[in-house]
Design a protein around this ligand. Structure first.
Ligand SMILES: Cc1cc2nc3c(=O)[nH]c(=O)nc-3n(C[C@H](O)[C@H](O)[C@H](O)COP(=O)(O)O)c2cc1C
Length: 182
């Protein structure tokens, strides 16, 4: 099947993260993102693609910090709340009935109900098409003990993945394959 070029991303199943940030006044914001990726091991760098209109970008420009909350399928029914455009300085965390928890190295809060947290400091950014590619340096990474088994235990954590619009994917199986280099 030949696709419209703009639909290429619907071929890629992508983990959903919820990025939390804070305004200058210290009020939290959270939004789901799926155009995201690890970039470098050393230094540890993480990137995600954010529309310039989003409050997430406004807050990161202001104080250069964000938390990547890695979420499971239980966050699926909350997507429609977390993605809503509430007025600036209305917390989506509160609106979604989630719990804020203090981060270790940055001001934006973690979301307690997430599976894991990656705390980041803005390293750089670049305009890419209609989005801003935001690169963060990882200052701290932590996962719930019960969801870790050498790597994230996908069967227990059940990561929420996005395809497009209302289409999501869940329910992964762990598989190990022989590698040439490790
Ligand atoms: C599953 C999912 C994935 C999303 N991924 C992205 C993304 O990668 N980049 C983006 O700019 N917006 C993405 N969005 C849309 C934003 O989350 C949404 O516009 C949100 O209101 C932005 O919030 P903010 O203005 O508080 O930052 C996604 C939404 C959902 C539900």
């Amino acid at each position: 099947m030949k696709l419209r070029r703009a639909d290429y991303y619907k071929l890629l199943v992508r983990p959903v993260v919820v990025v939390s940030t804070t305004s200058e006044k210290g009020i939290s914001n959270a939004a789901p993102f799926s155009f995201s990726s690890p970039i470098s091991f050393d230094p540890p760098l993480y990137g995600f693609s954010c529309s310039p209109e989003h409050h997430t970008w406004r807050n990161i420009k202001e104080n250069e910090e964000f938390v990547v909350n890695i979420v499971g399928k239980d966050f699926g029914p909350l997507m429609h709340v977390l993605e809503q455009k509430f007025p600036y300085e209305v917390s989506e965390i509160e609106k979604a009935g989630l719990t804020e928890e203090r981060s270790k190295k940055v001001r934006p809060p973690r979301i307690k109900e997430a599976s894991a947290w990656v705390e980041c400091k803005l390293e750089s950014f670049a305009e890419k098409g209609d989005h801003i590619w935001i690169v963060g340096r990882v200052l701290e990474a932590e996962v719930k003990d019960e969801l870790w088994s050498e790597v994230i235990d996908v069967e227990k954590a059940s990561p929420l993945c996005h395809i497009s619009g209302k289409f999501f994917a869940t329910g992964m199986k762990m598989k190990k394959y022989k590698r040439a280099l490790r």
